[in-house]
Design a binder for this molecule. Structure first.
Ligand code: M6R
Length: 364
């Protein structure tokens, strides 16, 4: 089953171009038909004025990315919350809200409980984005979009996350066209989705470079992941992957928060990873880094290769494929998956079955 791969995680990382294409092609033609989200989707979508996303772990991170898309591209207010908090909090519900749960397994206890408890509330309906057909969340939601990632065996979620993002971008288009999204914009997003597998393939070709970069992390005990805007949740996902499989403490911060505390932590035991496709974040980081360079701080920057950044002492730049904005959260995540994978393998951890974790968290 593993073929040429040493671990399921690596195999699943490499399956992403195919999984992304399959998920996108799941809709009839490339029109992103409402019916791709299940029977009755059109009627429910017509009534959506806001979206409440509820999920756990990696699936929560895909929801965090989607919030930027729904608000920026579709003009739909969106809240995102981890299920274990959402379900126990007294909430004030905006009218016209769709409840969107996201789950690879479709069986995560807290997410399922959130859906069940929310039944009594005044949602316009529920949609689940899941990878496992006939799972509890799929059975109990009004609308369903199944990601076509195929079975994910590695405990660390990889292809499930990136296919969720494809589904979420398609969902953004479906709501956006009801909310004045221009036809050209819709077409631009569809085009980006069509080209996505190529950009991911190009990222996989950076594997050897990423492996080389990963060596610096092996003796470390801590790390910071920084991102700005939509790349903040990408940084969160990168940090979760690293801590989950390499057992290196990894924390994600929105880049602007660095100087509000975490900068004090930076020393030669604290590599800083920056998800910085454009120049804005990098320029700001560079000035921050000046302050810590003398203390041994080292920065690893994932940046668009057309941004023209080159490595300099204590700043290693990994040039990433040039791609449309909406493709970047997916493309940069793939690079961070490879980074974690190589760190973990070199540390000798059980990559596919990290200690203390289960693939599907069906108890609270
Ligand atoms: O099956 P789900 O997507 O609902 O699972 C949610 C989390 O348990 C899961 O994403 C977890 O965080 C992963 N192990 C992360 O890689």
């Amino acid at each position: 089953e593993l073929g040429d791969f040493d671990h399921y995680m690596l195999k699943e990382i490499y399956e992403q171009p195919r999984a992304l294409a399959a998920t996108f092609n799941a809709t009839a033609g490339h029109e992103i038909a409402d019916s791709a989200f299940g029977e009755g989707a059109a009627d429910i979508f017509d009534r959506v004025e806001a979206v409440q996303i509820v999920a756990c772990g990696t699936s929560f991170h895909s929801g965090m990315v989607a919030r930027y898309w729904l608000e920026e591209l579709a003009g739909i207010p969106c809240e995102v919350e981890v299920a274990s908090e959402f379900r126990y909090r007294k909430r004030v519900q905006h009218p016209g809200t769709l409840l969107l749960t996201i789950s690879q397994s479709g069986e995560t206890a807290d997410t399922l409980a959130a859906l069940r408890d929310a039944g009594a509330d005044d949602f316009v309906g529920s949609l689940v984005i899941a990878n496992v057909d006939n799972s509890s969340l799929v059975r109990e939601s009004d609308l369903v979009f199944l990601t076509r990632a195929g079975t994910e065996i590695g405990v660390a979620s990889t292809k499930a996350f990136t296919t969720q993002l494809v589904a979420l971008l398609m969902f953004t288009v479906a709501l956006g066209r009801r909310n004045g999204m221009a036809a050209e914009k819709q077409q631009e997003l569809v085009n980006a989705l069509q080209k996505l597998p190529d950009f991911v393939q190009q990222t996989l070709e950076l594997d050897a470079d990423i492996k080389q970069l990963s060596e610096a992390f092996i003796p470390k005990h801590h790390s910071l992941f920084l991102g700005r805007g939509i790349h903040y949740p990408v940084a969160m996902e990168g940090a979760l992957k690293l801590k989950e499989i390499s057992y290196i403490h990894a924390e994600a911060y929105p880049a602007g928060e660095l100087k509000h505390g975490p900068l004090a932590l930076v020393d030669d035991d604290m590599p800083v990873v920056a998800v910085a496709p454009g120049d804005e974040l990098l320029e700001k980081l560079k000035s921050n880094l000046e302050e810590v360079r003398s203390r041994g701080g080292e920065l690893f920057v994932f940046a668009d290769r057309q941004a023209g950044f080159i490595s300099e002492p204590r700043i290693k730049v990994l040039p990433m494929p040039h791609c449309p904005e909406v493709a970047k959260p997916i493309v940069y995540t793939v690079a961070l998956q490879l980074l974690s994978y190589h760190v973990a393998v070199q540390k000798g951890t059980d990559v596919d079955k990290p200690r203390n974790l289960a693939k599907s968290v069906t108890v609270e």
